[in-house]
Design a protein around this ligand. Structure first.
Ligand code: ADP
Ligand code: MG
Length: 436
């Protein structure tokens, strides 16, 4: 594949056809590509003035050139070199956690089901490395563990932007360790985690059973612990129930504070529904709110899913949210709960709908139809399965969790405004469900 620089040169060539040489030299001579993701390109320039002018005066020109070169439009972000430096100085050893900004203590609803985990998280966020170390948060899927982890990370990062932070999912960590061992680059991985002030390991259950991964984790854990770094870990169950966990590691994990999250009670569910609806700019009637709270009982992600579907109905169908539409939304969410299709099935069905092959979707082609199908399939995998963004990314060639997240967001946006997208998502979902 062409390197980003080569591709960018083609874009510059297009731009130079559209504007005067003086303008080109003034505004584009030191504009460089920084990152290319599935549907977004990030450019760097040297000053805020240039950033402003490029955004305000030249974004059409840049978009036209991007369409020429990529045959589809990309979202455009222009950063200054200083912005980029700042971003990098956040020192994330692993990739930046994807949804970090969305998960704060402010938008976490506290009830008896999670107040202990919430209080422990606040204590740790305010006194990292001092009070409870490690903090181990466990509970079933969809009950706010990742949310609390990110909220802790946000507070600590805000109080001390220079502190080195490492966020990693158990499955991602396992993959990294396995490939580092294969490539003889384990020292590099260890170095990355050295001197980390905050270590966040999400879904640690994925490392259980893998001996080499556990050993590396154990030694990284000890190194960070010894230097006073704060460690926060989440899992779907307590260490004692992870039968394949190494005993030394289990003792370590149990040595700090353990806090569980339980399914929320009805008042908390209502409060969550209200808050999620408000975030999406919606106010639900009390009947609708209590209907949802009474029918979705064990998973906050599902509560959120219902509210999101209602927003989509409202946008697409101009629906003023009756109990009938709520029933439909709940049926969708519950049915998904009953039958969880595999990513293979979802990709196959999406490919069939777009008249392409599953290999096209998994591959690198960027033509408009394929790119759209790929985004829709990522959106569907996210909404129909419990796979993490990282897992979803691994279904595709060369896609990481942040490209997956961008694709999903894009489809979520389109669902609000574009009937064609809404129809295709609905039809493919129903094809998938009929295979259950
Ligand atoms: P887990 O990591 O336990 O599987 P998440 O933290 O990903 O769950 O939570 C799933 C979704 O539900 C997220 O969008 C999260 O913001 C939301 N959520 C969970 N608990 C709460 C809560 N108490 N208040 C607000 N939102 C919540
Ligand atoms: Mg999680």
């Amino acid at each position: 594949m062409d390197s980003l620089k080569t591709v960018w040169q083609n874009v510059l060539d297009e731009i130079s056809k559209q504007i005067s040489t003086t303008a080109y030299n003034t505004w584009f001579a030191d504009c460089e590509p920084y990152r290319l993701e599935e549907d977004k390109i990030t450019l760097l320039t040297t000053s805020e003035l240039k950033q402003k002018v490029l955004n305000e005066k030249f974004s059409d020109v840049i978009h036209r050139a991007l369409i020429e070169v990529f045959s589809s439009d990309l979202n455009l972000v222009i950063m200054t070199v200083d912005d980029a430096r700042m971003e990098e100085s956040r020192h994330f050893a692993a990739d930046t956690p994807p949804e970090m900004d969305a998960y704060t203590f402010d938008n976490f609803i506290v009830g008896t089901s999670n107040e202990f985990a919430h209080a422990a998280s606040i204590a740790v966020a305010n006194n990292p490395g001092k009070v409870y170390n490690p903090l181990f948060i466990y509970g079933n899927s969809g009950l706010g563990k990742t949310h609390l982890l990110m909220a802790i990370c946000n507070v600590i990062h805000c109080n001390d932007p220079e502190l080195r932070v490492a966020y990693v999912c158990g499955d991602e960590f396992t993959n990294r360790v396995i490939s580092a061992i294969r490539n003889g680059t384990m020292d590099e991985v260890r170095d990355e985690y050295k001197n980390v002030g905050l270590f966040l390991m999400d879904d640690v259950q994925y490392i259980a059973g893998k001996r080499s991964t556990q050993e590396e984790f154990f030694s990284i854990f000890n190194a960070i612990y010894r230097t006073g770094g704060q460690i926060v870990i989440t899992a779907d169950r307590p260490p004692i129930d992870m039968s394949i966990l190494d005993d030394r590691l289990r003792t370590r994990l149990e040595g700090g504070l353990m806090a569980d999250v339980q399914p929320p009670d009805i008042e908390t569910r209502s409060a969550i529904i209200r808050s999620k609806a408000a975030q999406l700019g919606m106010q639900l009637s009390p009947e609708v709110e209590s209907y949802i709270a009474e029918n979705i009982t064990s998973n906050v992600r599902q509560l959120e899913g219902v509210v999101k579907r209602l927003t989509a109905y409202r946008e697409i169908l101009n629906d003023n949210i009756s109990i009938a539409s709520v029933k439909r939304a709940i049926k969708d969410v519950i049915r998904v709960g009953a039958y969880i299709p595999t990513p293979d099935v979802i990709i196959e069905e999406t490919a069939r709908y777009f008249s392409i092959t599953a290999a096209d979707i998994r591959g690198q082609r960027r033509s408009k139809n394929v790119a759209k199908a790929r985004q829709v399939s990522m959106y569907l995998i996210r909404s129909l399965t419990n796979l993490s963004l990282v897992d979803i990314g691994s279904q595709y060639e060369g896609r990481n969790h942040s490209t997956v997240l961008n694709s999903i967001r894009k489809i979520e946006e389109l669902l609000k405004t574009d009937q064609e997208t809404a129809d295709s998502v609905r039809d493919i979902s129903s094809n998938i469900n009929s295979r259950s």
